[in-house]
Design a protein around this ligand. Structure first.
Ligand SMILES: [Zn+2]
Length: 462
């Protein structure tokens, strides 16, 4: 923007306007007159014309927010300063007698009710217009009495229409739409084989009212929004278009996000059983999402094993060779990235403190048992791994014995025990276990990890 353009932007409003705010019928929001009138002169003049042009079509761009009478944008006689004035001024609006009533009193008594009844009226019209535009509904009516053929009770939905054989009631969500009303309508239309579709004037992500949330969750976390804009779009497209906001699940620990799209009513899934009309099946999507996560978790032990075996055959063994030892520290720090495949819920169960350290030696031992050969341990025969456990890790011996049994390594050990030392050792430790020697008490620290990586061994002995 050039400097000239900036300086020509000024406030063309009068200093003390009788109507300081106006209700914008396009956005459904209240706007400061100062905000509208602080602009380049050309823009203000265009706005003035637009207001007048619509008034001539019996429409209104701006309304007085207190009485909802249309306002025009007029100029002072002597200066080029503008202000909003009631189109019809019969003295009934407090905006003329400002100062005699407090603003709070006016708000409490008139404003909310007037604004809502205005919006309500407009919403009904927009829905009806949209239904007509689509050409696919019959018997479109506002406030028509709907007498239930089954119960004989009746309701007066905001807008009703026949869609094929289905009778649909469109109800506008108002701030006074409380849960008992919602529940009562739900029952009525479900009993009568009809469908109630709630429409919103707006649906904010952040500042949702409780009544909005009530409907949102009842309707499979989809909110349908009808506005002047969707009405115009419906008319232009000969369709019934609405804005849909729905909830999309995210991987834990993130909260679902609200997404939006303009959709056709005919893309919606209509469910008379649950009295729902939705674009995205959030409940189904969430279940699918959970199933994918579960599937991923089920596959994880196999991923981990593949990774472990690859690393065991390269890096760790080379280090051993250099140090000329084959004993590992029990817990070695592991790169956090190695745990990237672990999802948050697994980490939470296992505990972050443990997750940073893996019991390397015992993982090698258990994978050795699974594969019947030393893995990550520089020895030729599996039996050497078995001796190692008994000598150095007696508190893992009960679990190791379970592994030998499940993986069927008894025969292999018998074959490799040419000296008979293993058989002697087995006899000794069995006796010691019977005597409840403390050194054979199970170390529970990594139970979760082992039961998860070796589900075939779970539950491990205590
Ligand atoms: Zn007024």
């Amino acid at each position: 923007m050039t400097e000239a353009a900036v300086t020509s932007c000024r406030n063309f409003g009068v200093e003390v306007p009788a109507i300081p705010n106006v209700f914008d019928t396009d956005s459904g929001a209240e706007v400061h007159a100062d905000f509208l009138l602080t602009a380049e002169e050309e823009a203000v003049m265009q706005l003035r014309f637009e207001v007048k042009r619509l008034i001539k079509q019996d429409r209104a761009k701006f309304l007085c927010p207190e009485c909802f009478v249309p306002v025009s944008l007029v100029s002072m006689k002597k200066a080029r300063r503008f202000y909003f004035r009631h189109l019809v001024e019969d003295g009934s609006c407090s905006a003329i007698t400002r100062g005699e009533l407090s603003q709070a009193e006016i708000n409490a008594r008139k404003y909310n009710g007037a604004k809502e009844s205005y919006l309500h009226r407009e919403m009904k019209k927009w829905v009806a217009d949209s239904l007509h535009a689509s050409g696919k509904f019959a018997d479109i009516a506002q406030e028509a009495r709907w007498t239930g053929p089954i119960t004989g009770a009746w309701r007066k939905p905001d807008v009703s229409a026949m869609y094929g054989d289905l009778k649909i009631a469109f109800e506008v969500q108002l701030s006074t739409t409380f849960l008992d009303v919602i529940a009562e309508r739900w029952n009525f239309y479900q009993q009568e084989g009809g469908l109630v579709v709630w429409v919103f004037a707006r649906f904010d992500d952040e500042r949702r009212r409780l009544t909005q949330d009530d409907l949102f969750f009842i309707n499979n976390q989809n909110a349908l929004i009808v506005s002047k804009d969707t009405r115009d779009a419906s008319v232009a497209a000969s369709d019934f278009l609405l804005d849909c906001a729905w909830s999309e699940p995210q991987p834990a620990p993130f909260l679902p996000t609200v997404r939006r799209r303009r959709v056709s009513f005919f893309e919606l899934k209509l469910d008379t059983e649950l009295q729902q009309a939705y674009y995205i099946d959030c409940r189904g999507q969430k279940a699918e999402f959970q199933a994918t996560l579960e599937e991923e978790r089920r596959r994880w032990p196999a991923y981990f094993e593949r990774w472990w075996l690859e690393v065991a055959d390269t890096e760790r063994t080379q280090e051993d060779q250099e140090d000329n030892v084959w004993e590992f520290p029990e817990c070695a720090p592991v790169n956090w990235g190695d745990w990237g495949m672990l999802d948050e819920s697994c980490l939470a169960t296992y505990g972050r403190a443990h997750a940073l350290y893996l019991p390397v030696a015992m993982l090698n031992v258990f994978y050795s048992a699974k594969h019947g050969r030393p893995i990550g341990i520089r020895r030729r025969h599996f039996i050497e791994v078995a001796h190692y456990v008994v000598e150095s890790y007696p508190r893992y011996l009960r679990w190791f014995r379970r592994a030998l049994e499940v993986f069927g390594r008894g025969q292999l050990l018998a074959e490799q025990d040419q000296s008979g030392k293993w058989a002697i050792k087995v006899k000794r430790y069995k006796q010691a276990m019977k005597n409840r020697e403390a050194r054979y008490e199970v170390d529970e620290t990594h139970r979760t990890l082992f039961e998860w990586l070796f589900p075939e061994l779970a539950p491990l002995p205590r």
